[in-house]
Ligand binder design. Structure first.
Ligand code: MLT
Length: 400
């Protein structure tokens, strides 16, 4: 037996597992301390009423002879796909029902989609970025070129001269919160067509966009159905981190070497995946009803208030940051030129607040730090009081 040698190139554990381990150690040493977690982007608002009612109704149905269902279609039930189709229509995007695939989340699909691409493809990945893109390509042994995202380009890298076959774009971005505008995405679509490349567009945070001029889907850009696959999720939209449901759009226009990517993905999913439980799909359907939409927006606005609390604390101390406006994430420059892991330890040790070190998102994330607005208002408030005090103390020490 030979192992997949590519695993040797990975960090020992996944970013958020490393953080969880460190926090657990701290917690064991300081059992009296109240730790406030603004690290992993996990939601805290409970599932909304419409979703809960739909889950209960579907569970009851499953307990009856008439309503029981076994294996469903691997790519999802039409009742949910039709709702997603209508959701896109609101933004003038027409999708065929067979272009929509329901899954257990964007994270899995972002990794699994690589099954349909050759290992010889060159991949372009912005840095800093959601670590799943890099780790899953590393596991396959693909050549990766990084695109620098920094203050100069407002954390929104644009195509450079070099050729690549696959590019990952995440907008609103995890971790920086930056959002591509229409013009920028048009440039990316043009680049993809010129290079016969595919854009893997992660729109997991689209529902945080409140500026109607900013695109929420790559398909709002003309020609994108010829060169892009889109990944979305109800995790952040509707608090499905524990109930797992996402959707991926693979347009039928995507044909390469005579093979339809849509058919290849269907083949992959029907072989390796058995579908999301019926009950969960019924819960997801409720998200798209007018009542469900109203309820989820209340939660999103709640998180945006948390983001304002964080932003105000940073502004008070003149700390550079981005995000928080069309995104649940705030991306800040570490004070006192600390490295991102130094700041992680410093914050944990001195204020029992957990964030995510920028270096975990790539080389260019060094010196930066991510805080999420997904906590409760009370905890975010308390965390910001602690951070405010800590920052005042640091600034006093350095005599500012
Ligand atoms: C994050 O904190 O970046 C996300 O919660 C991770 C994820 O969605 O998998």
């Amino acid at each position: 037996m030979k192992i997949n040698e590519n695993y040797k190139k990975l960090e020992e554990s996944y970013l958020f597992s490393t953080i969880a381990k460190k926090v657990n150690e701290y917690s064991a040493q300081h059992p009296d301390k109240k730790i406030i977690r603004l690290g992993i982007g996990d939601v805290t608002r409970p599932l909304c009423k419409s979703v809960v009612e739909a889950l209960i109704k579907a569970s009851n149905e499953m307990g009856t002879k008439e309503g029981f269902r076994g294996y469903g279609p691997e790519q999802g039930y039409d009742f949910l796909k039709e709702e997603i189709q209508k959701y896109y229509q609101k933004r003038n995007v027409e999708l065929d029902i067979d272009e929509i695939f329901i899954s257990d989340g964007a994270k899995s699909d972002l990794g699994n989609i690589l099954d349909i691409f050759s290992k010889d493809n060159k991949v372009l990945i912005p840095d800093p970025v959601y670590p799943v893109y890099v780790d899953t390509n590393t596991m396959h042994g693909r050549e990766i070129e990084f695109l620098k995202a920094d203050k100069e380009n407002n954390f929104l890298p644009m195509p450079e001269n070099s050729h690549a076959d696959i590019v990952y774009l995440c907008s609103p971005n995890n971790p920086t919160g930056a959002v591509y505008n229409r013009k920028q995405l048009e440039t990316w679509v043009e680049w993809a067509k010129e290079n016969n490349a595919i854009i893997l567009f992660d729109s997991a945070y689209e529902c945080f966009i409140s500026d109607t001029n900013l695109p929420r889907s790559i398909y709002e850009i003309k020609g994108a159905k010829d060169c892009a696959i889109e990944f979305c999720s109800l995790s952040k939209t509707a608090g499905f981190t524990g109930t797992r449901l996402g959707y991926t759009i693979v347009p039928k226009n995507l044909v390469n070497e005579g093979m339809s990517l849509n058919k290849m993905w269907l083949r992959r999913q029907t072989t390796k995946f058995n579908g999301v439980p019926y009950i969960i799909q019924r819960g997801a359907q409720a998200v798209f009803t007018p009542e469900g939409q109203k309820e989820i927006m209340e939660n999103i606005n709640y998180y945006k208030e948390n983001a304002k609390l964080i932003a105000n604390t940073l502004k008070k101390h003149n700390i550079f940051f981005t995000g928080g406006l069309h995104s649940p994430y705030i991306w800040l420059e570490c004070p006192n030129k600390m490295t991102s892991w130094e700041f992680f330890d410093f914050l944990l040790e001195n204020s029992a607040v957990v964030g995510t070190p920028g270096a975990g998102f790539g080389k260019n994330g060094e010196g930066y730090f991510r805080l999420t607005s997904f906590g409760t208002y009370e905890n975010t408030y308390e965390a910001m009081e602690r951070v405010d005090k800590l920052l005042s103390d640091i600034l006093k020490t350095v005599g500012v």
